[in-house]
Design a protein around this ligand. Structure first.
Ligand SMILES: [Zn+2]
Length: 236
């Protein structure tokens, strides 16, 4: 393989540079899913190419690029990085908070890596949808207890890691809140969970909306740190 070139300046990317993952778009997840489902024997790296949500950045552009990658998809992230490269102060254009949808897609993109982390040899993602019920203490006042839960999971017969998107509705029918939960269960390792519970009618969240049960796995710890999320609440 030839030396990768920086997506901003075209310089050769040496060991001090890196391939940087930006926030995935829904279409990017489809690309990842296709390559996870592909037979290993036919999915060699040369035919695969780089993921559409990742860009090589040289050492000079890496630090700034990592800041952009925490909050923007690759199109907007590289555009802003080029502005920053031209001397424009861009920090004010980066949101302090993360979108619930963005976080859900970050976690879904990571599921094949979670499968590897729990030692599963199956990295295909299973999708499921069901209705469920939350207690009054778990929903905003005036919301309905019936919730809709879309789940994506990986794993074998015993251990699994799952991402749940839980939609809570006002009695009028509008969405009151969207929670995102990720957790791991299995007989050979202690389980852990990370919940994001935004304020009512909010589509973005920060550290104050994150709660944790158990000790997140090394990969989950990396994700929380990368996106600047420090869980402030511990669940029993
Ligand atoms: Zn560069």
């Amino acid at each position: 393989m030839s030396t990768p070139r920086c997506a901003v300046c075209g310089a050769d990317v040496t060991d001090a540079g890196a391939l940087v993952d930006f926030l995935p778009r829904e279409a990017d997840l489809a690309w990842h899913a296709t390559w996870c489902d592909a037979d290993e024997s036919t999915a060699d790296d040369s035919s695969r190419g780089e993921p559409p949500d990742a860009a090589w950045l040289c050492a000079r552009h890496l630090e700034c690029g990592l800041v952009m990658a925490r909050r923007l998809d690759i199109g907007r992230g590289l555009a802003l990085l080029r502005e920053a490269d031209a001397g424009v102060e861009v920090r004010g254009q980066l949101a302090a908070t993360l979108g619930v949808d963005e976080w859900e897609r970050v976690l879904r993109r990571a599921l094949p890596d979670f499968a590897i982390e729990i030692g599963s040899d199956r990295v295909e993602i299973e999708e499921d949808w069901q209705t469920s019920y939350l207690e009054d203490s778990e929903i905003p006042a005036g919301a309905s207890n019936g919730v809709e839960c879309t789940s994506w999971s990986v794993g074998g017969d015993q251990s699994m890691v799952g991402v749940d998107r839980i939609a809570v509705y006002w009695r009028s029918g509008a969405v009151a809140r969207t929670d995102v939960h990720i957790g791991s269960v299995g007989p050979h390792a202690p389980g852990w969970s990370v919940w994001v519970t935004p304020d009512a009618d909010a589509t973005r969240f920060g550290s104050q909306h994150v709660s944790v049960h158990g000790e997140p796995s090394p990969l989950m710890g990396d994700l929380l740190r990368r996106y600047g999320l420090d869980a402030t609440r511990v669940r029993p």
